[in-house]
Design a protein around this ligand. Sequence first.
Ligand SMILES: CC1=C(CCC(=O)O)c2cc3nc(cc4[nH]c(cc5[nH]c(cc1n2)c(C)c5CCC(=O)O)c(CCC(=O)O)c4C)C(CCC(=O)O)=C3C
Ligand SMILES: [Fe+2]
Length: 355
Amino acid sequence: MTSALSTYDAVLLLSFGGPERQEDVVPFLRNVTRGKDIPDARLEEVGRHYRLFGGRSPINDQNRALLAALRSELDARGLDIPLVWGNRNWAPYVADVLTDLADSGARRVLALATSAHPSYSGCRQYLEDIALHCPPGLRVDKVLPFGEDQGFVTANLEAVRDARDALAARGRQDPYILFVAHSIPLSMARTSGPVGSAEREGNPGGAYVASLEAVADRILGALAEETGTRPDSGLAYCSRSGPAAVPWLEPDVNDALQALAERGVGAVVVAPIGFMSDHMEVVYDLDVEAAATAERLGLEMARAATAGVHPAFVSGLVDRLVSTAADPRPCPEGCCPRPVRPGRPASAERRRSGT
Ligand SMILES: CC1=C(CCC(=O)O)c2cc3nc(cc4[nH]c(cc5[nH]c(cc1n2)c(C)c5CCC(=O)O)c(CCC(=O)O)c4C)C(CCC(=O)O)=C3C
Ligand SMILES: [Fe+2]
């Protein structure tokens, strides 16, 4: 079957990468924090979550599963384009994959990054990775963030419904729905463009928060239509890091749970709509830490699944590949810019990548 995709030589799944064994943890974190001169002792502290899971991040296996699901969907549509995988911070490295593609004669590659919502970390930084490692003669176009696509919304809606029903089976009706995403510095959120609609311009959290709110709103709207009542809900954040003096998106998920318990809420669905699969942030910060907070507060909590390889999501991603191939649009100039780090000249930062 012909489609606009046939003008490309390969599809590249672009991701963050993660360690696979204990020996990988510190080298991986050194890659993530490249250029920031963080001492190994501090890296050990950051790596504690990975150590607890045997040094293995879930992210690579999630990406292997996604590659298999995308392959099946491409095949089912008769799209025989090669599909490859490259990471920013761990093997297989994007630099090696782009070199291999160029060596095998590829000229045009269509990249899909594993971040659903727009921000420097989830969008522009992948463009920088490509620019930094792209061999001459190779052109790479990238799919824009897809969090508001119907497939992603459908997968998350079904997950919230399942978690709600699991609580109901334990006798807890009408839970609060707490949507969760990765916190980012407020400065990064404000510049997370693309700024298009008036709502976005008026949203101090920028396009990142607007995208999360849009997904939450569509899930709540669908639930309201099914049950006749719109569930009580909120948006919270996990996994903040960096100096306490720098403002990040709030509230933290643990503080949000505390506030709910104080209000007398008894049951909560924690829905990680900010993540497209079970990353370390989900399996540690939510399933371990937030779950312990909920338990301590006497709150019944059910964590909704991430989109993962939900068929509607995978099919929507392939739709996106096809539509982007037909009309590749660059991320708008000035959108989701690299954060300026105080005390570091921009030129020294330009050729470095971290997180
Ligand atoms: C918006 C966003 C996404 C996109 C959402 C998404 O794609 O899901 C994302 C993805 C990821 N981030 C990841 C891991 C890390 N992120 C870090 C640090 C940071 N992330 C940030 C933001 C984001 N990050 C920020 C603003 C920082 C501080 C950096 C700075 O100040 O410059 C650090 C350093 C240690 C620390 O600071 O905690 C690590 C180890 C992994 C792998 C997880 C796994 O192994 O499963 C993944 C997919
Ligand atoms: Fe991160």
